[in-house]
Design a protein. Structure first.
Ligand code: NAD
Length: 477
């Protein structure tokens, strides 16, 4: 049954002048909610509310802000079943993945709620006639634009460090999956965030998103999404000289050397492209297979792919649907291109019936110049490319323009470290691979995967600005 969901502005629910847009369950194609279609007027109101709340919020002690962030972790935990079910219905992902997203979201608030108390500036003692020290200030109002694949987790990933550091926030969730970020906005009051500190303005990218990115009242822009939109919002922020962070797409390689433990590698590689139907910025979507293991690896991957259980998220299968008709068509178009460019081993078909399902698809002997080897497909499609030497593997791994994550599978530690040092990727995993990888680990891309830093203590660098105060030695001393 469809319900109406309002924006959260200044601590109150607000409908939008532009009416409502619909959100569908990707497993059934049924409308599950009508959501306020915010645009410039509502974004103005949200930025005004965040601006009004800013002076008091930034003047709270770090301990107070931290306590409220940690209370938010508790509130999310207390609503775990509700949030997991909502995320599962809205995004289509299997229930246990949605549940893991709630845990991760709570963990962001817990981590930054604790870490903020250890955020200090520096003292610079280089000149005996001067004492200098740095003060870390919040930006003021920080704007957050997020995609539909991990709505709750990505909302928490950017909001938690920003709020802990003393920013007030305006969040624009994606139109395809806005429900858990809206719920997070509602629950913020329960945790103790004052009105106006957390605002959520759902709407279309070209309306609410564009209005927020261009807004002159924001002090920072955190964007997570695609390269083309990242380019637009980054340009909008630059026009206003607003610092921005772009977390964009990826085409992450998994390099499998001849001595790799395939019993460990194969399930992990499969899971990393099956998780949320491959709609994951860090999906390990390219397998670079040394010629010694290539045939065996492809055979084992094909066996795993054939055994994947497909179904609606609430049945907790291995593989749920894609997010929308548009996304399914895009993935099928790539698969068609792949049939012409490489060898289809398994999959390649949509699943008949309601819902946006596509079978897990494996291509082998994919030439490096093929579109499916270079472009982000964002679906359950894995490409295997053979290589002969470590140098060739590095060249292939770095050869797409993206640089988000990478995996290395080998028993040779020296080889693993040497290759890791050559990869242009924000995250390199050795004998393991995980999209989320833990709140504590700094994350961010190279090249077309974006710039700026999320996660870990380092994220505070993104959400603060530095003032250096230099004090001259008094003349009488
Ligand atoms: P998208 O770029 O289409 O949309 C992202 C957000 O931007 C949405 O909220 C959308 O409404 C908004 N938007 C769209 N047009 C806009 C405009 N003109 N101005 C302002 N905002 C606008 O991306 P998507 O399809 O929602 O998500 C998939 C992409 O996100 C993939 O490329 C994926 O790799 C990337 N992603 C990256 C990370 C990361 O951490 N690097 C994490 C998750 C997803």
């Amino acid at each position: 049954m469809s319900e109406r969901r309002c924006a959260v502005i200044g601590g109150a629910a607000r409908a939008a002048a532009g009416g409502w847009f619909t959100v569908v369950d990707p497993a059934t194609e049924a409308v599950i909610a009508e959501v306020a279609r915010c645009a410039a007027a509502e974004v103005d109101a949200a930025v005004d509310a965040a601006t009004a709340a800013s002076p008091r919020w930034r003047r709270r002690t770090a301990a107070e802000r931290g306590r409220i962030c940690r209370a938010m972790a508790e509130v999310l935990g207390a609503h775990r079943a509700e949030l997991a079910e909502l995320e599962c219905r809205d995004t289509g992902k299997p229930l246990r993945q949605a549940d893991a997203d709630v845990t991760a979201a709570a963990r962001y608030f817990e981590f930054y709620g604790a870490a903020i108390e250890a955020l200090y500036g520096q003292t610079v003692m280089s000149d005996p006639d001067r004492v200098a020290f740095t003060v870390l200030n919040p930006h003021g109002v920080s704007a957050h634009i997020i995609p539909w694949n991990y709505p709750l987790q990505l909302a928490a990933r950017t909001l938690a460090p920003a709020l802990a550091a003393g920013n007030t926030c305006v969040l624009k969730p994606a139109e395809d999956a806005p429900l858990t970020p809206l719920r997070l906005g509602e629950l913020a009051a329960q945790a103790g965030f004052p009105p106006g500190v957390v605002n959520v303005v759902p709407g279309l990218g070209t309306e609410a998103g564009a209005a927020l990115a261009q807004h002159r009242g924001i002090g920072h822009l955190a964007f997570t999404g695609s390269v083309p939109v990242g380019r637009q919002v980054g340009a909008a922020a630059a026009r206003n000289i607003v610092p921005s962070m772009l977390e964009l797409g990826g085409k992450s390689p998994q390099i499998v050397f001849g001595d790799a433990d395939l019993d460990r590698a194969v399930p992990t590689i499969t899971a990393s492209i099956i998780e949320h139907a491959g709609q994951n910025c860090s999906a390990g979507s390219r397998v670079l297979a040394h010629q010694d293991v290539h045939a065996e690896l492809a055979r084992r991957l094909a066996g795993r792919f054939a055994a994947v259980i497909i179904g609606p998220g609430h049945a907790d299968p291995d593989l749920g649907p894609l997010i929308s008709t548009r996304q399914r068509d895009r993935v099928l178009e790539y698969i068609d291109a792949g049939r012409r460019e490489a060898r289809l081993v398994t999959g390649g078909e949509p699943v008949p019936g309601p819902g946006f399902f596509v079978r897990p698809t494996l291509f082998d002997d994919v030439p490096p110049q093929a579109r499916i080897a270079r472009e982000e497909i964002f679906g359950p499609v894995l490409c295997v490319l053979p290589f002969r030497s470590a140098a060739e593997a590095v060249s292939l791994a770095n050869g797409t323009g993206y640089g988000l994550s990478a995996g290395i599978w080998t028993a040779d530690a020296g080889l693993a470290f040497a290759v890791a040092g050559e990869l242009r990727a924000g995250h390199v995993f050795i004998n393991g691979y995980s999209a989320a990888a833990g709140v504590e680990l700094p994350f961010g891309g190279y090249g077309q995967s974006g710039y700026g830093g999320e996660k870990g203590f380092a994220a505070f660098g993104e959400y603060t600005r530095t003032t250096t105060i230099a004090v001259g030695r008094p003349a009488q001393l």
